[in-house]
Design a protein around this ligand. Structure first.
Ligand SMILES: Nc1nc2c(c(=O)[nH]1)N[C@H]1C(S)=C(S)[C@@H](COP(=O)(O)O)O[C@H]1N2
Ligand SMILES: [Mo]
Length: 431
């Protein structure tokens, strides 16, 4: 920068010289406590994806500039209050107290990306191919899906297999999700089953393979970030949707616009976003993140920190019984009597009961539990809690599912930190 300050107005020169210093000058020091190469070198496509829409004046954006909408703790347009875990790929979770709604609004639905969001997420011209071992391969536009199949709306729970990973000890590598890689939005689309039936599932099919339009982080067009699948019996269940609407509007670009799978109760990774192709196979799918230790756990219980041979890992199927306290928030002050509430879910099952403890698990009180909105939705629960005297308390929640399986106190450790369904606890200052 010149000593006479003449280039003080030349934003482009400032950014070209030192983007971090320029950010601080433009946005103020507080906006970027940790820039961590936010979208560094990621270019217009990523920026467009992150703000959720086209940027008409993008040509004027200085190199290395960060859009204001992504600064100051609100890094993603159309999302509100999410905690950013990672910017490339972009991963963000929702604090439990922001998951209080019975149906998760789009702005509170977490984001889990393995690669880079496609440049173009508009419905215009999008097609879904259904091929592999089918009688008649299909190529369907979104309008075709709407016209040819029954359109249904369902509340469906999506939870990342790695939700709760942050609490593993010894720690597991990967996104350090705490509680908020789970959501239950209302999805509108067509049943996967109906589409597969229309294509004609051949008798030797055992597995699906899902493909999306997101790009590999390396930029290598021959690589794909993730392609997962599921057993054909699972794929033919009634509550799996090929969705083109989320909470009555278009899908959010980060949540797979314009078309995605929604597979409730199984690891979120089954729910391919930016869906372009479903292939039916006579072998278990072997796409990226299907093999090795990805979305897999040891076939038997292991002690914390154990070395487990890779051939002993099995693919995660249903997600375990779990619950979340969404009110009150951890750490707040409350009155001597307060409502406590949250959600509970168990993959492919329903919840039979949720119990609450305010005395560190010595005694339990049953919460009032709602039926699921439909098969695949989480269940909302609430309880009024009366505290005997002022002081610090913890509310613990424990769900039990329709097979009588109860959430554990402690984490069942596994090398990659999947399936953490230990009880959620919130600390309260009472009186
Ligand atoms: N194409 C594609 N689909 C994807 C992913 C991805 O990276 N690319 N991530 C998966 C994972 S691991 C999860 S947990 C869910 C998360 O869905 P959400 O980002 O809408 O919350 O999307 C799944 N579908
Ligand atoms: Mo995930």
């Amino acid at each position: 920068m010149s000593p006479d300050g003449n280039n003080g107005n030349d934003l482009r020169a400032k950014f070209a010289e030192d983007p971090e210093a320029a950010d601080r000058e433009v946005f103020g020091r507080k906006s970027f406590p940790d820039r961590r190469g936010f979208l560094k070198g990621a270019g217009l496509a990523s920026m467009t994806a992150a703000v959720g829409m086209a940027i008409p004046f993008h040509r004027n954006i200085p190199q290395g500039f960060i859009p204001a909408a992504m600064a100051q703790g609100n890094p993603i347009m159309g999302k509100d209050g999410l905690t950013l875990l990672n910017d490339r790929p972009l991963n963000a979770e929702t604090p439990p107290e922001l998951l209080d709604d019975a149906i998760t609004p789009t702005n509170r639905h977490f984001i889990r990306n393995n690669g880079l969001v496609p440049d173009d997420t508009s419905a215009e011209g999008w097609t879904l191919t259904v091929d592999g071992l089918v009688d008649s391969p299909l190529e369907l536009s979104i309008a075709d899906l709407r016209d040819r199949f029954e359109v249904v709306t369902m509340a469906l729970t999506v939870e990342c297999g790695g939700n709760g990973r942050a609490f593993f000890d010894p720690p597991a590598s990967g996104n350090q999700w705490t509680y908020g890689a789970v959501a239950c939005s209302e999805w509108t689309g067509v049943r996967l089953k109906d589409v597969l039936e229309a294509a004609g599932v051949q008798s030797n099919v055992i597995y699906t393979a899902h493909y999306g339009a997101d790009a590999h982080l390396s930029g290598n067009p021959d690589l794909i970030p993730i392609s997962r699948g599921m057993p054909i019996d699972k794929a033919m269940t009634d509550n799996i949707l090929i969705a083109f609407e989320m909470n009555g509007a278009e899908l959010h670009p980060m949540n797979g616009a314009p078309l995605r799978l929604v597979v409730p109760g199984w690891p979120g990774s089954c729910s391919q976003k930016w869906l372009t192709r479903i292939e039916l196979r006579d072998v278990v799918h072997d796409g990226p993140k299907m093999t090795g230790t990805s979305y897999r756990v040891p076939a038997y219980p292991v002690s914390a920190g154990a070395e487990v041979p890779e051939e002993d890992f099995v693919i995660i199927e249903r997600m375990p019984v779990k619950s979340l306290v969404t009110f009150p928030a951890n750490g707040v002050s409350t009155a001597m009597s307060t409502e406590v509430r949250g959600h509970a879910w168990s993959g492919d099952r329903t919840i039979d009961r949720v119990d609450i403890s305010i005395d560190f698990g010595a005694t339990w009180q049953a919460a009032t539990l709602d039926a699921p909105a439909n098969d695949g939705a989480w269940q909302n629960w609430r309880a009024t809690v009366d505290f005997p005297e002022a002081g610090y308390y913890e509310v613990w929640a424990r769900a039990t599912d329709s097979e009588g399986i109860m959430q554990p106190f402690a984490i069942d450790w596994n090398p990659k930190g999947y399936l953490n369904n230990s009880m959620h606890r919130v600390g309260l200052r009472v009186g």
